[in-house]
Write a protein that binds this ligand. Structure first.
Ligand code: S3P
Length: 181
């Protein structure tokens, strides 16, 4: 049994856009009675702009600086489920800030499923623009290599529903809290 002080008590959900971070995160937070925080939503609240508006008006540099401020604020709080933006984890500063108290869960899904999920709505912004299936596959593969280096646990949401994904994470996280591994 490890010292409880060392057990990370924020759960950080990482993964590509459309992998289910927000919906699974909200359900997971309910199961654990943790606060739910979505970094993209925080940026929207702080700036009063949707992400596409923020990009159009001020560009990626401003988005990144807002994102870093939000991460700095969140990282010092406890007992949260944090849904990160799909392009957040690969940025080293954010990763380091969240890692000090973060237990990382990668949500993955196959590219075809991601494409159909993100095509349903038109209000999202993918940094690399609207992809076709083959460029999306390439992007998913590149980012997943980074996500995987960070993840303590991986859940594939391609074929399971939100509740089951959240329960699987809660179960694994409780085992981690109990045993320290
Ligand atoms: C992005 C994903 C978005 C958001 C930003 C860029 C990306 O987050 O952070 O628009 O390039 O993958 P979600 O993964 O929550 O949609």
């Amino acid at each position: 049994m490890t010292n409880n002080n060392e057990v990370k008590n924020n759960i950080v959900l990482i993964g590509f856009m459309g992998s289910g971070k927000t919906v699974v995160g909200r359900t997971l937070a309910g199961l654990l009675d943790y606060a739910f925080v979505d970094t993209d939503e925080q940026i929207r609240q702080v700036t009063g702009l949707t992400l596409p508006q923020l990009f159009r008006k001020h560009g990626e540099i401003r988005f990144r600086s807002e994102e870093e401020l939000v991460v700095k604020k969140i990282a010092v709080k406890q007992k949260q489920v944090i849904a990160t933006g799909g392009s957040l984890t690969p940025v080293a500063t954010n990763f380091d800030l969240l890692r000090s108290n973060g237990w990382f869960v990668l949500l993955s899904a196959d590219p075809q499923t991601i494409l159909s999920r993100i095509s349903r709505k038109n209000d999202r912004l993918l940094l690399c623009g609207k992809p076709d299936l083959s460029s999306l596959e390439k992007m998913v593969q590149e980012r997943e290599t980074l996500y995987k280096q960070t993840a303590n646990f991986i859940v594939d949401t391609t074929k399971i529903g939100v509740e089951d994904a959240a329960k699987a994470i809660a179960q694994r996280y409780c085992a981690y809290v109990e045993t320290g591994v």
